[in-house]
Design a protein around this ligand. Structure first.
Ligand SMILES: NC(=O)c1ccc[n+]([C@@H]2O[C@H](COP(=O)([O-])OP(=O)(O)OC[C@H]3O[C@@H](n4cnc5c(N)ncnc54)[C@H](OP(=O)(O)O)[C@@H]3O)[C@@H](O)[C@H]2O)c1
Length: 158
């Protein structure tokens, strides 16, 4: 499986239930990499999408233990085991923190957008792949900038 995530310099990924920053260029890349593939996400991340609706053009496999939670256009799984039995190998894990932590060991490619600053008050984090010996950098873009935000794309494999 694959994962895709945007991290700051401290590997933070969110604050107060939302993204740290929205980078339009990065969102376009997210769409082009994930379209046509299943995406795996937690209920709280789904809530950050416009209208709380699943992403178009992709099977949305949602983890939730909330009874009766059944958003239209999504498939809901109440356990990791049930989700893993349904998730094809070309799936993308798209967050949030709890789902990345649970599925990191199932992934072999990580598409990481590294944002060139730190955000005060961030409250959820991704594991620091630079500190995990099994992960290595396979590709790295030059530094990019949009609306004053610097970032680079780093692909890790293991
Ligand atoms: N920077 C990025 O690339 C990125 C990407 C995605 C998300 N984020 C950020 O990450 C944050 C959300 O992360 P989060 O960890 O709080 O929430 P999350 O992982 O999106 O969702 C958590 C929910 O998923 C369900 N869940 C997770 N594991 C489960 C399991 N094993 N079995 C059944 N249900 C399970 C539970 O839903 P129930 O409560 O319904 O049981 C749980 O409350 C937000 O700030 C978001 O903006 C950042």
């Amino acid at each position: 499986m694959n994962l895709i995530v945007a991290v700051d310099q401290s590997w933070a990924i969110g604050k107060d239930g939302d993204q740290l920053v929205y980078i339009p260029e990065d969102l376009k890349r997210f769409k082009s990499l994930t379209t046509g593939h299943p995406v795996i996400l937690g209920r709280r991340t789904l809530a950050t999408f416009p209208g709380g609706r699943p992403l178009r053009g992709r099977r949305n496999l949602i983890l939730s233990g909330s009874p009766g939670f059944a958003p239209e256009g999504a498939e809901v799984f109440s356990s990791l085991e049930a989700l893993l039995a349904a998730a094809p190998a070309d799936s993308f894990v798209i967050g949030g923190a709890s789902v990345y932590a649970a599925l990191l060991d199932r992934c072999d490619t990580a598409y990481v957008t590294k944002i060139g600053r730190s955000f005060l008050g961030a409250d959820c984090f991704f594991p620091n792949l630079d500190a995990l010996p099994e992960w290595r950098i396979a590709e790295e873009s030059p530094e990019l900038e949009e609306n004053g935000v610097k970032f680079r794309y780093v692909t890790y494999r293991r």
